[in-house]
Design a protein around this ligand. Structure first.
Ligand code: ADP
Length: 485
């Protein structure tokens, strides 16, 4: 299996080779186009020169044409053709009847088959200066011809065609070959080696980070963080992200550990009491009424445990998002009235005065049972943590875009440092956690209450002063139509 480093380097080198090849082909194509342009230009200049010579010679009165004695066909006079012979390349001149009257020495040196081809090709050559490219078989060479019309037709010459070989275009220049065969490969190899070295460095840095992360996340070292070092310079951003993730893991693992320890602790105590009660009831020496008292106590423990397990189940389902909130229009006034009446009874038993100075007639979209549970939690807490002689006040208020249910008490209050923790699971100000205390709760009520408020799109907030009392406020959103009215 090839390593990622080798694969990436190979991909990079292949990409460079393809790019270099594409560049080379495009350069050659551009160069050839320009060479053909130049050749056409040179051929055109030669044709023009030949035409001018003929015109000049005619002007000075020289004989342009002569008759070939043997073939009895018109040919160019020896004087003029002698001058034209000095022009390099392939040159052919035509008389007004379209017959070839002059062939330059290079044309004459061609084989008869090539001469035949040349003649046929040039017959179709346009006189507009357009270039014609064709191949001569025996010469194994491509020729580029340009024709030139002689305007005044001096001495019967109507057209001159000049041609050049295209070997210059075919021959790739030396510098191109050096570039393609030597310089470019050397550069590609150097770039590949550079990429390989850089990738090795990156790979080492990643291996270092992987090793560190593995050491941290083995479960016991979550307090450790990744430190940016020389060995990880390219990955500072990744380190920050990983550190944030490890911090979140540490927090949630800690919470999970605390939660498990707290839950087992809360279950252990009632189970011990339950066992003691059952043993007491089963003892042979116990009198009938003692047995009844022990069983009564056992029943109470079972009730407490049932409450605890129900609360834990509610929170677990809420965490998983499995708890459905069945929303329906709920008229809050009768619901709050009902909670108030329960509070009156509880308050009376505790010697706490309960009143509800203001209410409002308002309907919200909510789960009635859950809302009742939330309001009752707050009211029972207020009464539970308010000594006899204190006061508890309930209030239902309607505002432009929300509705609030507030419970204020003049009870023991909560220390400022503790307020941020009261919604945590199993948190109780009473650290001794004496379940025998008359206020013995599990510290889950507010966590559940906050979840209920949030599940309704609302909030539950608390403000409190130690020894002065507390204020808990539930804020719920109004249904959209109600907001407008
Ligand atoms: P508990 O069942 O223990 O009452 P909660 O989650 O309802 O659990 O409350 C958590 C803790 O918050 C309580 O143990 C108590 O210390 C504190 N608390 C809640 N409500 C009040 C209040 N009205 N006045 C003072 N302390 C309160």
């Amino acid at each position: 299996m090839l390593s990622t480093r080798v694969k990436l380097t190979a991909t990079f080198v292949v990409a460079l080779v393809v790019m270099a090849a594409a560049l080379f082909v495009s350069l050659l194509t551009t160069r050839n186009a320009s060479v053909y342009g130049d050749l056409g230009q040179s051929a055109s200049t030669q044709a023009d020169l030949a035409a001018r010579i003929v015109v000049r010679e005619a002007l000075v009165g020289k004989r342009i044409m002569a008759t070939d004695d043997t073939a009895l066909v018109p040919v160019m006079s020896a004087g003029v053709s002698g001058i034209l012979d000095a022009i390099p390349g392939y040159l052919v001149a035509y008389d007004t009847a379209g017959r070839i009257v002059y062939r330059s020495p290079s044309v004459l040196s061609l084989s008869s088959r090539d001469n035949q081809t040349l003649q046929e090709q040039l017959r179709d050559l346009p006189s507009s200066g357009q270039a014609l490219l064709f191949e001569l078989d025996t010469l194994k060479e491509k020729l580029l011809f340009v024709s030139h019309t002689v305007s005044e037709r001096p001495g019967g010459i109507s057209r001159v065609a000049a041609g050049l070989t295209t070997s210059r275009a075919r021959n790739v220049p030396r510098e191109y070959i050096v570039n393609a065969l030597f310089l470019t490969p050397v550069l590609i190899i150097a770039a590949g080696a550079g990429a390989f070295v850089l990738l090795g460095r990156t790979q080492r840095q990643l291996a270092h980070i992987t090793h560190e992360v593995a050491a941290i996340t083995d479960g016991r070292s979550l307090h450790r963080r990744l430190k940016p070092t020389e060995a990880t310079t390219d990955f500072d951003g990744l380190l920050t992200t990983l550190n944030a993730m490890i911090e979140r893991l540490e927090t949630s693992f800690g919470a999970l550990r605390r939660f498990t320890a707290d839950a087992s602790h809360e279950l252990k105590t009632p189970l011990t009491v339950l066992r003691a009660d059952v043993e007491r009831a089963m003892s042979d020496s116990a009198a009938q009424n003692e047995r009844m008292i022990a069983l009564e106590e056992a029943l109470q423990e079972v009730r407490r445990m049932t409450d605890l397990v129900e609360s834990l189940l509610t929170l677990a389902r809420a965490d998983e998002g499995r708890f459905d909130v069945h929303r329906e229009p709920v008229d809050l006034l009768p619901l709050v009235q009902e909670v108030y009446e329960t509070a009156l009874i509880l308050g009376e038993a505790q010697g706490v005065v309960v009143n509800m100075p203001f209410t409002a007639d308002v309907t919200v979209m909510a789960d009635r049972t859950r809302l009742r549970q939330l309001f009752l939690n707050l009211v029972t807490n207020a009464i539970k943590y308010t000594p006899a002689g204190g006061k508890v006040e309930l209030g239902l208020g309607r505002h432009p875009d929300n509705v609030t249910f507030a419970v204020r008490d003049t009870g023991i209050g909560i220390a400022a440092a503790d307020v941020p923790h009261i919604f945590e699971r199993f948190w109780r100000a009473d650290r001794v956690r004496s379940r025998m205390s008359e206020r013995g709760g599990f510290g889950l009520g507010l966590a559940i209450s906050q979840w209920i408020a949030q599940a309704h799109g609302g909030t539950l907030t608390a403000s409190s002063r130690l020894g002065r009392g507390s204020l808990f406020t539930v804020t719920l959103p109004l249904p959209v139509e109600a907001e407008r009215t």
